[in-house]
Every structure is written in structure tokens, then in C-alpha cells.
Design a protein around this ligand. Structure first.
Ligand SMILES: C[S@@+](CC[C@H](N)C(=O)[O-])C[C@H]1O[C@@H](n2cnc3c(N)ncnc32)[C@H](O)[C@@H]1O
Length: 272
């Protein structure tokens, strides 16, 4: 079988579709990446061209393959305790002030394979006032990719991923695999039970998931253009409680995107 070449016109079809569906911008520099990631699907379906594959995923009856393409074209890089300053900020300035008797709710809105929401979960479990009158808490973690959500729900990682978890938290909230599971670990069931994973596309109408004390939207807006960023943040704002906190990555900014948030320290905003 001949190796297919991704033509410019075919690349543009994928660009337009991904932007329309997920808000993700594929620059022309991503052409080789798109060809590489989708080539195995052409082989799988015995197709001769990327155009044929595009026609396949455009078929309403092929919703499962459409999700596979979406999974392949999203970038899901993440790790435990990424950007540790955010977790220090929570420990020092936010969690000690949480009101007892109320459920502290967090939305991790592009959670990838779960490392980010489980890092938040460990931080809340340690930092929120405890005891019988202590603060209860829950995390909603969402992503557009069902493949990473499946991985996140499994809460099962290779030991190499544990390097960035502080040692006392690793000992308390991670269970080392033995036998066939040697070299891996899982997050403890108690912590997992506080994190609910669901598929949410931030580029579409949001489901009713209640209001949150904090929202994490880190390392995803880099894939959106200015208009999409504005629309996504505007859609999310009603879900943040008054005075609630909104976290973006240190390499992202909400400058010119919304008037509803005030910068309180680099990459952390408060709802006005
Ligand atoms: C680079 S990862 C960032 C993961 C994590 N927030 C972090 O900072 O480590 C970006 C994630 O955003 C997700 N994503 C991209 N577009 C999305 C959309 N429209 N709705 C929801 N999630 C999206 C991708 O599937 C991917 O898992």
C-alpha cells in the first residue's frame, strides 16, 4: 500500500473542523504532526488518502471514529504538581480560610489524564480545615478527550510520574503496585472518590455542574485564538462563585479577555 501524503487542502479541512469543534487552532507548522498522528487510522481503515479519512469522520454514523480523531489531535501533556506555586498559594492563602460547614468545590476544566485534579485533591485533603465540623470538598474534572478521561479514571500511573509528588503525599495518597503491577502506582480510593470525571467541550454549551469556589484552566488556552478564549471564559464565568478564584498557566494571560476577573498574583484571578 502507498504511503498517503497530507495535501494542503486536506490539512485545511482538518484545521477548519478542529477549530469549529474544539476551538483548537492548528498552525501550518502542525501539518506533519497531524499527518503523523492520523496515519495509523488510515492504515486501520485501509484508506488511501487523508481526504478519505476526513470523509469518514464527517459521516454521522462514525461518531466513535470522530472521537478517536479528536483524541489524536489534542495535546495532553501534563504532570503531577505542575506549576507548584499554585499549590503553595492554595496551602498558604486559600484553604486555611475555607468556611467550615460548606462544600468547597473545584472545577479542573482541562484535566487531561488526571495528574492535575489528583494534585489538587491531595492539596485539599491536606490543607482544608479538618475534623467533624471540617470543610467537605469535591472536584469536577473534565476534558474533551475520552481517551485521557479513561486513563484519569483508572488513576493508574507509571512510577516515573511520581517524581513530582511530594514524598509525604506519595506515601499517604498513592499505593505502590506489586507483582504484575510492579513499577506503577494507583491513587487511593478515598481520594479518587472525591474526583468526578466527565467529558466537557469548553467550546460548546456547558452542562449544569453547579458553582465552584475555584476553577483551573491551565495550559489549554494556548491552543485557542483570542475570540475563542473570550467565548470560553465568558461561558465559564457564571459557574464561578463571587470572589471565586480562576487559575491559568504562568505562560497564559486573561488580558483583554474578560472584565469579570481581577489579577491578584501572576496567573491567579479573583471574580469581581
Ligand atoms: C496540555 S493539556 C493541559 C492539562 C492540564 N490542565 C495541565 O495544565 O497540565 C490540554 C488539555 O486540554 C484539552 N482540551 C483541548 N481543547 C479542549 C476543549 N475545547 N474542551 C475541553 N478540553 C480541551 C486537551 O484534550 C488536553 O487534555
Amino acid at each position: 500500500m502507498q504511503i498517503a501524503v497530507l495535501k494542503d487542502s486536506e490539512f485545511q479541512q482538518f484545521q477548519t473542523w478542529l477549530h469549529h469543534t474544539a476551538g483548537i487552532n492548528l498552525s501550518p507548522a502542525k501539518k506533519a504532526l497531524v499527518a503523523g498522528r492520523l496515519s495509523k487510522r488510515l492504515k486501520h481503515h485501509n484508506l488511501n488518502s487523508y481526504g478519505d479519512y476526513f470523509r469518514l469522520i464527517s459521516d454521522k454514523a462514525e461518531a466513535a471514529e470522530l472521537q478517536v480523531a479528536l483524541d489524536l489531535l489534542t495535546t495532553n501533556e501534563t504532570h503531577f504538581f505542575r506549576e507548584p506555586k499554585h499549590f503553595d498559594f492554595l496551602r498558604q492563602h486559600v484553604l486555611p480560610k475555607a468556611l467550615p460547614g460548606k462544600t468547597f468545590r473545584v472545577w479542573c476544566a482541562a484535566s487531561s489524564s488526571g495528574e492535575e485534579p489528583y494534585s489538587i485533591a491531595m492539596t485539599l485533603a491536606e490543607g482544608l480545615p479538618g475534623g467533624s465540623l471540617g470543610t467537605s470538598w469535591e472536584i469536577v474534572a473534565s476534558d474533551i478527550s475520552t481517551r485521557v478521561l479513561e486513563k484519569a479514571r483508572s488513576a493508574h500511573y507509571t512510577m516515573a510520574r511520581a517524581n513530582s509528588i511530594p514524598k509525604p503525599l506519595l506515601a499517604k495518597y498513592c499505593l505502590k503496585g506489586i507483582g504484575a503491577q510492579e513499577g506503577t502506582f494507583v491513587i487511593t480510593p478515598g481520594l479518587c472518590s472525591r474526583v468526578q470525571f466527565m467529558q466537557i467541550n469548553l467550546n460548546a454549551a456547558l452542562p449544569k455542574i453547579g458553582e465552584f469556589d475555584m476553577i483551573f484552566l491551565r495550559n489549554v488556552m494556548i491552543y485557542f485564538d483570542m475570540d475563542t478564549k473570550r467565548q470560553v471564559v465568558a461561558r465559564m464565568m457564571p459557574l464561578l462563585k463571587p470572589e471565586g478564584l480562576f487559575f491559568v498557566s504562568h505562560s497564559e494571560s486573561l488580558n483583554g479577555i474578560t472584565d469579570s476577573l481581577k489579577l491578584i498574583t501572576p496567573s491567579i484571578y479573583r471574580k469581581i
